[in-house]
Write a new protein. Structure first.
Length: 239
């Protein structure tokens, strides 16, 4: 491709900026505190899943307790009615006996419900202990994340500002070069991990350091001022 040497020098400068941007982005991602925050969030998600299961168990146990208490209140009312009927029966032995048996049955059922209430309450107490533990773990994780974020916020902001400044400078420089040349550079950079252009140093590629001899070197120099390394396929400035 035909190009001006000044454009090629600009591309080399753009490449330096692009590599600086890549390094800054990599450093942002690899900030120790950020990695720890990601670990905390993952762990917190696992804890939340367990906590949701505990909430469901508590919901069921609360439902059981409500059923027990509702039935017991109903039985209390039944006992009171039976006692009223006994009191009203006076000397009517059969009615007294009938309602007394009814009261005995109700009392027995209430005893069963009392045992059930103790059982469910023990279950609720156990669930509450686990729930409090998991909620405490989540709160501690959130507090630790806040501390970590505060610790790396300044460095992260500085890197973000650096990336923005470099990007603005890069875009300004790229605007002064022919669009086709910029596209060729970008396409090559994508294929070669960011290092897209170098210089031919006598008979050696300035990037992959491979020697170029004979007819291949003659053909490459014929592409001046911009050719392609036959080995690494990167762009080469040929002076």
């Amino acid at each position: 491709m035909q190009a001006e040497f000044t454009d090629l020098e600009t591309l080399l400068e753009i490449q330096k900026i692009d590599l600086e941007i890549i390094q800054a982005k990599k450093k942002r991602v690899e900030l120790p505190q950020r990695i720890e925050v990601m670990r905390l969030r993952k762990k917190r998600g696992e804890i939340q899943e367990k906590l949701d299961q505990v909430y469901e168990l508590q919901k069921r146990a609360d439902g059981e307790m409500t059923e027990v208490e509702d039935e017991d209140r109903s039985l209390v009312e039944k006992q009171e009615r039976a006692q009223e009927l006994i009191d009203a029966a006076g000397s009517d032995y059969r009615k007294v006996e009938s309602h007394s048996k009814e009261m005995a049955g109700v009392a027995k059922r209430r005893e069963t419900l009392a045992e059930k209430r103790v059982e469910v309450q023990a279950q609720l107490d156990k669930i509450k202990g686990v729930r409090d533990q998991l909620e405490g773990a989540i709160a501690a994780s959130e507090a630790e994340e806040s501390r970590l974020r505060a610790a790396f916020e300044g460095e992260d902001t500085a890197l973000a500002d650096q990336i923005r400044a470099c990007t603005a400078k890069r875009d300004e420089m790229a605007a002064s070069i022919a669009p086709d040349l910029v596209k060729l550079y970008a396409k090559t950079a994508e294929k070669t991990g960011g290092v897209a252009i170098g210089k031919l140093e006598e008979d050696t590629c300035g990037i992959c350091r491979t020697g170029i001899e004979g007819g291949r070197l003659i053909a490459l120099k014929a592409e001046a001022p911009l050719g392609t390394c036959p080995t690494c396929k990167r762009l080469l400035v040929i002076e």
